[in-house]
Design a protein around this ligand. Structure first.
Ligand code: SAM
Length: 296
């Protein structure tokens, strides 16, 4: 078995296959041997658990997942990597490689087909792990969360700044629309940092591994999720403005109506989006909707 974290082994493999990195596809391969075993340990991979990986590259994380999990399904967009993956993972019978764009994959169907679960048996346990290409980090995470897939956790490496945003506590300065959405669907945590020197080629920023443990039920209940997320997006679309002003233009409602509903929820007139908790956003979304219905 080749040591896929050894930079000499990787260079030899890549050059033998005439492979050149694509910046466009976010190809920065891990060459720090301590990272993938740690990620795999945190990822829920186990004898009863199936794993999905996005972007296996040359298979360094895939091997670690395969050693722990029941089965690994790895989705890779770059066709040029398949001959390399055949060589590096050919001895792991529990790995299935799929050539596809993770942004277009129907994950519900994939989970059903690949991890199935027999009729009358308990549903299959499935989790996801990935060193994500930076250009799809937030859209892919949001797509996975919003699809309400039967996944236990997403353990993903992302740029350090993105980790801070995704895992920010609502009510703090770092929080944004994406932090609130992530909290709604999951319990996020930053697991550990990874320096830029851990990759080949080295990117210009550091990374971090985060884990989003998927909630079975959202932490708040609202009349309409659509209205909640429209409100959150509008609130953060003009962060420098007060919440009242941001919502006035973002939701195209009169300011007096917005302020009235904010007051009914105990939110100060000069509050800003970043100071609100998820429950306050939930209460305000419901109040705005009921207030609107009362007026009609
Ligand atoms: N897992 C490997 C590692 O840790 O060394 C490679 C990680 S590299 C940051 C990202 C990988 O995702 C690359 O292999 C790249 O080709 C692949 N990729 C990029 N865009 C993708 C997409 N839309 N769908 C699936 N894979 C993608």
């Amino acid at each position: 078995m080749q040591n896929l974290s050894n930079i000499g082994v990787i260079r030899e493999l890549l050059s033998r296959h005439g492979f050149s990195f694509s910046k466009q596809l976010g190809q920065n391969f891990l060459v720090n041997p301590s990272v993938c075993p740690r990620m795999a340990e945190f990822s829920h991979a186990g004898p009863q658990v199936g794993m999905i990986e996005i972007g296996p590259g040359i298979g360094v994380l895939t091997r670690e997942l395969s050693a722990r999990a029941k089965k690994v399904v790895a989705i890779e967009l770059d066709e040029r990597l398949f001959p390399l993956l055949k060589e590096t993972l050919g001895d792991c019978p529990n790995i299935k490689l799929i050539h596809a764009d993770a942004m277009k994959v129907d994950f519900s169907a994939l989970i059903r087909e690949e991890f199935g679960g027999e009729e009358g048996q308990s549903p299959p346990r499935v989790a996801l792990a990935a060193n994500l290409p930076y250009y799809i980090t937030s859209p892919l995470i949001m797509r996975l969360l919003e699809s309400r897939l039967p996944l236990e956790a997403l353990t993903v490496m992302v740029q350090k700044e993105a980790a801070g945003r995704l895992c920010a506590e609502p009510g703090t300065r770092a929080a944004g629309a994406v932090s609130l959405a992530v909290r709604y669907y999951s319990e996020p945590e930053i697991l550990f940092g990874v320096s830029r020197g851990s990759f080949l080629p080295a990117p210009s920023v550091d990374s971090a591994v985060i884990r989003l443990s998927i909630r079975r039920e959202p932490p708040i209940s609202v009349h309409s999720e659509k209205a909640l997320f429209s409100l959150i997006r509008a609130a953060f679309s003009q962060r420098r403005k007060t919440l009242g002003n941001a919502l006035c233009s973002g939701l195209q409602r009169e300011k007096s109506f917005i302020l009235q509903q904010m007051a009914a929820c105990g939110i100060a007139e000069n509050a800003r989006a970043e100071s609100l908790s998820l429950s306050q956003f939930g209460a305000l979304a419901d109040a705005l909707q009921s207030g609107e219905e009362d007026r009609n």
